[in-house]
Design a protein around this ligand. Structure first.
Ligand SMILES: Cc1cc2nc3c(=O)[nH]c(=O)nc-3n(C[C@H](O)[C@H](O)[C@H](O)COP(=O)(O)O)c2cc1C
Length: 407
């Protein structure tokens, strides 16, 4: 028996988790041909077996145009039976199952998403070098419906919860941020207007969720660069999400195209990133990353519970349940956050490092061995998600990079 607050039940909308731990959405890159794979099944089943209250399948695209990786889940009728197998296995281990639903907006390429990429406004995407175009109003209406359809598919597949991705510079976030939204119509201009797309999406999602599916929204506390959303504006966004009836918010920060390390902190292991890159037509990008990665993707200092200060401002200003994520590696980290009024904690890297971290904490472990070298992040863009300690014979330059980061 462990009497820590971590192991007390937790309510999110209509569902109850057996404890206050959630595996956060961390892209697995395991959905080959955009379908669930055995590797995805094995990973989430292992996390469920490892004691988690709820595990989140990451970054599923609501439709074809929202896919930014070849091995990313795409919500459609034909993947429902395999997802059902996965949620059945998670439930059999006593955990709840959640799925993160989103649309990458402009962060993709025609070769991946099957059409000219779309965004809140048009422009050029350096991240996967391509032009993208501004969504029209009828396209926006279709996209909103696609969010609802994806929620319906998630329910059919047996998920208990959906997590709508409204942060990190993906489509909803691209509408919210003045940096990516330069529209002159009712979706652009004031923050009120820039929130309109998010409002339409959440209303549709809440309708589709009915009264048995929990709805969590992952939202930014700041975009993390000059010209992006600041904390006071993000607070207004969070208050709007509270009014819209979302059951809980996951508080995060960062913007993949401008401030990616704000999300996870520490240094991007750019040698690892370049090593695994296999960009057919963009081989030169690999060279640019190898030479100038340190400059293009600046590091942001890491510390334990690195979002807590900002998250506490949100805790004060909101009544709704809030979920903390960012820099949790120990029992103490979790207890601090839970005692500060957050209903649950999410973790990514410690559960990539060891899927049974929660059971270990239950049985007396104080701290994870995960040292946030961020190898898993450098690898994620092209390879399946893995921690370096699971891989034999890594090249010397990568081993050195990990060692340097772990110091
Ligand atoms: C390999 C990796 C992949 C990630 N992919 C996603 C993702 O698909 N969606 C998302 O919202 N956050 C993603 N994140 C961010 C995590 O969900 C989490 O917010 C962040 O890593 C901080 O938590 P941690 O300190 O426990 O790792 C990812 C993080 C990692 C390490």
């Amino acid at each position: 028996m462990n009497d820590s607050i971590i192991f007390t039940p937790c309510q999110i909308g209509p569902i109850t988790l057996k404890n206050r731990t959630i595996r956060s959405a961390a892209f697995e890159n395991m959905a080959h041909h955009n379908r669930p794979s055995e590797a995805l099944y094995n990973y989430h089943t292992a996390v469920a077996k490892g004691g988690i209250g709820m595990t989140t399948v990451a970054y599923a695209s609501i439709n074809r145009s929202g896919i930014s990786f070849e091995s990313q889940l795409w919500m459609r009728e034909e993947v429902v039976p395999d997802l059902k197998k996965l949620t059945d296995a998670i439930h059999a281990e006593g955990a709840k199952a959640s799925i993160q639903l989103g649309h990458c907006g402009n962060m993709t390429h025609r070769a991946t998403c099957g059409q000219k990429p779309v965004g809140a406004s048009g422009g050029f995407n350096l991240y996967s070098p391509t032009f993208y175009q501004q969504l029209t109003e009828p396209e926006i209406d279709e996209l909103v419906k696609d969010f609802g359809k994806a929620v319906t598919l998630a329910r059919k597949a047996g998920f208990d919860c959906v997590e709508i991705h409204a942060g990190h510079g993906y489509l909803i976030s691209q509408f919210l941020s003045p940096y990516t939204n330069r529209r002159k119509d009712k979706f652009g201009g004031s923050l009120e207007n820039r929130m309109l797309f998010m409002k339409m999406v959440i209303q549709e999602v809440m309708k589709a969720a009915g009264d048995d599916l929990a709805v969590v929204v992952k939202t930014n506390m700041k975009d993390g660069f000059r010209g992006g959303l600041k904390t006071d504006e993000c607070l207004t966004v969070a208050q709007e999400l509270e009014k819209l009836g979302a059951h809980a918010l996951v508080l995060t920060a960062g913007f993949v195209s401008k401030a990616p390390m704000e999300v996870m902190r520490g240094a991007m292991p750019y040698k690892t990133l370049a090593y695994y890159m296999n960009m057919k037509n963009f081989w030169w990008l690999k060279i640019v990353i190898r030479l100038f990665g340190w400059f293009i993707i600046p590091s942001v200092p890491y510390k334990e519970n690195y979002f807590l200060e900002e998250a506490l401002q949100f805790r004060k200003a909101l009544k709704m349940p809030l979920i903390y994520v960012g820099g949790i590696t120990s029992k103490e980290n979790m207890e601090t956050v839970l005692n500060d009024g957050f209903i649950a904690v999410q973790m990514a890297r410690v559960l990539i490092h060891e899927t049974d971290f929660i059971n270990k904490v239950y049985n007396g472990l104080e701290k994870s061995e995960c040292k946030h070298s961020n190898y898993c992040i450098g690898r994620m863009y092209t390879e399946d998600m893995q921690c370096h300690h699971c891989i034999k014979n890594l090249p010397k330059k990568i081993v050195k990079e990990i060692e340097r980061a772990e110091k």
